[in-house]
Design a protein around this ligand. Structure first.
Ligand code: SIN
Length: 277
């Protein structure tokens, strides 16, 4: 965000940054009741500025969860055919419950949610009520702005106008969509350029030889894993992580078997397809 608003103090909420590149904890807010107009404006600003925002000690219901999402847009549906997450009693809310009997866990690889959709989700709001002991089950986040900014000028030039196929079948099986998106996109709210290449769904870049497209895709995906671009979030019971799917990727760490990690996620529909920068 440019201009004076970027430096203006917050008046309703508190915003404590977690790292120089990504993440902030939002305080002085109660998500179990409707937010004031000023709170909504400030939460949106904090989301745009920090890519992923966290809330602590919020014992929210499905209605509270959906209300927070709907300040940003309509809730959306998962486009994957086979997923580790499950339906809940509310079609707008997915259950993220994993325990000793789980065959796998959702999100245990660097990714952005359902980039295989023609219009991928704007963001996701994950609420956890049950957390494994001993610090297990953290989630990692990476800034795709920082990853883009750190590329060489030569690589930035090379990537101009390039697209990549995001193949949902690789993750969620037959019947899941595939879509090509620009590799460098401009965020519709912040105006910043970011890399948009999903390590779980992209195997090559379009428009060049297969060898070249695979090699460059692998290099970019590896580049995004640098710790300098990342933040690791430690959950507590009744924490919330709300990430911007357009500029931030995440990774759910599967280190807590046979313990239980349990919560719910609401997804917000994207408004526009990723736009080339
Ligand atoms: C996800 O990929 O949406 C799950 C993230 C998590 O469980 O931490």
């Amino acid at each position: 965000m440019d201009g004076p608003a970027a430096n203006a103090p917050y008046r309703a909420i508190t915003v404590e940054r977690c790292s120089p590149t990504i993440g902030a904890v939002i305080g002085n807010i109660d998500l179990t009741r409707p937010l004031s107009d000023l709170e909504i404006v400030e939460v949106k600003r904090a989301f745009t500025e920090n890519l992923v925002i966290f809330f602590r000690d919020q014992k929210i219901s499905f209605e509270d969860h959906v209300r927070l999402a709907e300040y940003f847009g309509p809730t959306g549906q998962h486009v994957g055919k086979k997923t580790h997450s499950q339906e809940s009693t509310d079609p707008r809310v997915r259950k993220f419950h994993f325990d000793k009997d789980s065959k796998g866990i959702s999100g245990n690889a660097w990714h952005t949610d359902q980039s295989c959709a023609p219009i991928p989700p704007l963001g996701s709001i994950l609420y956890m009520h049950t957390i494994p002991p001993d610090g297990g089950g953290d989630t990692m986040f990476v800034s795709m702005y920082a990853a883009y900014d750190a590329l060489s000028d030569r690589m930035k030039k090379y990537l101009e106008g390039m697209t990549a196929l995001h193949d949902g079948v690789l993750i969620f099986g037959d019947g899941t969509p595939r879509a090509s998106h620009p590799v460098v996109i401009r965020h519709p709210d912040s105006g910043r350029k970011g890399l948009f290449i999903n390590g779980s769904a992209v195997r090559f870049l379009n428009g060049v030889s297969r060898t070249e497209g695979e090699g460059v895709a692998r290099t970019l995906i590896e580049h995004c894993r640098r710790p300098e671009f990342q933040y690791r979030f430690r959950w507590e019971p009744h924490s919330i992580a709300f990430w911007d799917n357009r500029c931030c990727h995440h990774y759910a760490i599967a280190d807590y078997f046979p313990h239980t990690r349990s919560g719910y996620r609401v997804q917000i529909e994207g408004i526009v397809p990723p736009v080339a920068a």
